[in-house]
Ligand binder design. Structure first.
Ligand code: SAM
Length: 249
């Protein structure tokens, strides 16, 4: 039926496109892309010849009206971004809200998302988490944001760019403390996929010393704030208890 389809695309491994995504991209009459040239490569790889239009942060509000017109004509439209799930640190919010407001159906497809993919293998608590997108570019803004999050008990998830990772880790050490457990997931689903974890100060040292650790795409995750209650029994004591209990009859 006529709808705006929200279609996630791979975050590095082309094998991660779903068969339903390909079906929808083939069947709609228009694909709204964050960058038509970038998506052109992906679409031609899969032999998709559907017409494309650009929808980025700067023209989104205007483009939405044209897309609503298409839907009114009975034509379906798909939205994709450069990688991963549209709207997640990517354009699409204004389009989706305007399309819904105009009374048309919006159909989401599940698929790749760097934040969720990285979290699932991080070893950090995943029962509660807060996705924070990109930290502010300026130090003051970054420290303010992190200070606001300091006592949040949930796992924190940030997107990072390679040239800012050292600055962000430095701010995390300053605002959350060098002991805060962090996990840096780099190049997820790609050839050089790497998970680096440890206390923030150690991860900062490792990344500062090795320029290779500053390359590619990065999801940075922090353990949530631990209350005194959580920290009640030190890990070492638990380990000792486990060893002792093995010796009991
Ligand atoms: N919409 C995308 C999603 O669903 O994940 C995110 C788009 S955002 C503009 C790009 C950021 O996502 C990158 O700077 C990086 O933080 C993260 N990212 C994307 N692909 C990644 C990958 N393969 N490995 C690690 N992080 C990735």
């Amino acid at each position: 039926s006529v709808a705006l389809y929200i279609v996630p695309t791979p975050i590095g491994n082309l094998g991660d496109i779903s068969s339903r995504a390909l079906e929808v991209l083939n069947q709609v009459s228009l694909i709204a892309c964050e960058d038509t040239r970038h998506s052109g490569k992906l679409l031609s790889h899969f032999g998709i010849e559907t017409r494309k239009t650009a929808l980025h942060d700067h023209n989104e509000r205007d483009r939405a009206q044209g897309i609503i017109q298409k839907l009114a004509n009975g034509e379906s439209v798909a939205l994709i971004s450069d990688a991963g799930t549209p709207l997640i640190s990517d354009p699409g919010y204004h389009l989706v809200s305007q399309v819904r407001e105009a009374g048309f159906k919006v159909v989401p497809l599940p698929g790749p998302c760097a934040a969720i993919t990285a979290l699932s293998a991080s070893g950090l608590p995943s029962d509660r988490f807060s996705f924070e997108g990109f930290l502010p570019a300026k130090e003051k803004g970054r420290l303010d944001k992190l200070t606001e999050l300091k006592e949040d008990p949930r796992t924190l998830i940030f997107y990072e760019s390679p040239h800012r990772i050292v600055h962000s880790l430095t701010s995390i050490v300053a605002a959350l403390g060098g002991d805060r457990q962090v996990v840096m997931a780099r190049e997820v689903t790609k050839t050089f996929e790497t998970f680096l974890s440890g206390p923030a100060a150690e991860v900062l040292a490792t990344v500062s010393e090795d320029p290779n650790q500053q390359k590619g795409e990065i999801v940075l995750m922090c353990h949530g704030h631990r209350t005194d209650e959580d920290a009640g029994v030190p890990a070492q004591a638990l380990e000792t208890l486990k060893l002792l209990s093995q010796e009991l009859p």
